[in-house]
Design a protein around this ligand. Structure first.
Ligand code: ADP
Ligand code: MG
Length: 466
């Protein structure tokens, strides 16, 4: 989706006030009636309808008159609200070019006042394979009240919380800078997705590092669930950084074993194909143990000493509540089924009315339908709008987070034994990786599809003039 931030400069205070009013109205309405927008915005000199027309022309709103005359935000409108809030917070001052297109996100360069370039990820759930996903995600039909914008906000919040927690635990991830609505700001990774890398100086070392990460994640109670060559970045020194965390699950998830195995398999498969690493050819382990089949080098999920409460303890601190976690997990359940998202066309702007249409869940602050006819909330909405200068920050209500089920207590009892087995498995995997040594003297040949080059980054749109 095109993000023409240049247009932001031509939007005035009233435009943002009305845009914010629509966002607030969407707490209770899938389509916000014009009168409600007018009352929430309460522009000093009137003229809400003219402003609405302008916002509609710029595709920041969608007009719907099927039941009554009203509006809802588009992703572009949501983008602008998030960007404006973050600029007002002083997080960045300009937006540059697009550096990545994910399955359900767009990534742009942004820059701070002092010229530091960072990455801005705008989540766009529902964009891809809308029909296929919708048909598979039962909960959307039965109890939803989820909108794609709401789910995108949750995905961003989850990604931010995980990135922060992982960073604090020394994982090689981008540095989490800030988060607003569906937008996450993080440090720019100096590298390329592994999928674009044709040759490595030390493929076995990179393989070891990557497999080691899957294991370490599990030890911290986490499974990435999309751990593949698209979500592993590598730089010129072959330093590895992992990205993309909205789909991560706890090791206590009922499908944990399957997701873990799939992550491991992805890594093995990629290195086998791309770098001709033949794991079957491996003969001797470090300690002399014979390892001769593919199966023997697979990491065994059940033997990893896992800390299943990591999620709850660490993530609650970042404002990502147990309830948020449950909501987003219902969504990713569908998307983790890879078949569901292949080769289908998405809804144009990802905010399909049939999804926004659904029933009630309470306790969510933004874009979450509670009741179709709650004009009693209007007073509060008006107050909120008065209180918010740059649009409401979508701060979630915190909930108590109790400990997770102690699924892994018994496993912990056998720590010493497990660690021993784990180490052995690791050694086997490493050894397998070395099975076919291939020293590459040639320089890395990276294929820079995205034309990434942070030094040549030209930030096109200064936004600080707002
Ligand atoms: P999605 O969740 O949609 O798959 P990703 O987080 O995987 O999105 O990002 C998509 C692409 O954007 C990545 O493959 C990468 O090329 C680029 N990208 C994402 N985050 C960063 C970052 N912090 N620094 C540099 N490039 C990034
Ligand atoms: Mg990705």
């Amino acid at each position: 989706m095109k993000l023409d931030v240049n247009m932001l400069r031509y939007l005035c205070k009233d435009d943002f006030r009305v845009l914010t009013a629509v966002e607030m109205g969407m707490r209770n309405h899938e389509i916000v009636p014009c009168e409600l927008v007018d009352r929430i915005a309460s522009l000093k000199h009137g003229g809400t309808y003219k402003v609405l027309k302008n916002l509609l022309r710029h595709k920041l709103l969608h007009h719907d008159s099927s039941k009554y005359d009203g509006f809802r935000l588009t992703y572009l409108g949501y983008d602008f609200l998030a960007i404006k809030t973050l600029v007002n917070r002083g997080v960045f001052v300009s937006v540059g070019r697009q550096i990545g297109v994910g399955k359900e996100s767009d990534i742009f360069e942004v820059a701070t006042e002092d010229g530091t370039v960072m990455a801005m990820k705008l989540h766009r759930l529902g964009r891809v394979s809308f029909r296929a996903v919708k048909s598979k995600r039962d909960y959307l039909k039965h109890r939803s009240s989820y909108s794609w914008l709401y789910l995108s906000r949750l995905a961003a919040l989850k990604e931010f919380a995980f990135m922060k927690a992982l960073e604090e635990h020394g994982f090689p991830v981008p540095s989490a800078v800030d988060c607003n609505r569906h937008c996450v700001i993080m440090s720019l990774v100096q590298g390329y997705p592994l999928v674009q890398v044709k040759q490595l100086q030390n493929p076995e070392v990179v393989f070891e590092t990557i497999i080691g990460l899957v294991v370490r994640l599990a030890e911290h109670g986490l499974i990435h669930c999309d751990f593949n060559e698209f979500n592993i970045m590598i730089d010129d020194d072959e330093k590895v950084t992992m990205i993309d965390f909205p789909q991560m699950v706890s090791v206590s998830h009922h499908n944990a074993q399957m997701y873990f195995d799939r992550d491991v398999e992805c890594v093995f498969k990629f290195f086998r194909k791309r770098f001709n690493m033949n794991f079957r050819e491996c003969r001797d382990d470090i300690d002399g143990t014979e390892v001769d089949t593919d199966e023997s080098v697979r990491l065994c999920f059940s033997s990893i000493a896992k800390d299943a409460v990591f999620l709850d303890k660490e993530l609650a601190a970042s404002g990502f509540t147990r309830k948020d976690q449950e909501d987003i997990e219902k969504f990713i359940e569908g998307s983790l089924d890879k078949d569901a998202s292949s080769g289908d066309e998405g809804a144009e702007d990802g905010t399909d009315v049939s999804v926004l249409n659904e029933a009630n869940i309470e306790g969510v602050d933004s874009l979450h339908l509670v009741d179709q006819d709650q004009t009693s909330n209007l007073k509060q909405e008006e107050d909120n709008l008065r209180n918010c200068e740059a649009g409401p920050s979508s701060k979630p209500e915190c909930e108590d987070v109790s400990d997770k089920e102690g699924d892994n207590d018994t496993e912990k009892d056998n720590d010493a034994e497990l660690v021993k087995r784990l180490n052995k498995q690791r050694r086997r995997a490493m050894s397998a990786a070395r099975g076919r040594r291939k020293t590459l003297s040639s320089r890395n040949t990276y294929k820079d599809k995205g034309g990434r080059s942070s030094t040549s980054c030209k930030i096109q749109h200064q936004l600080s003039s707002w």
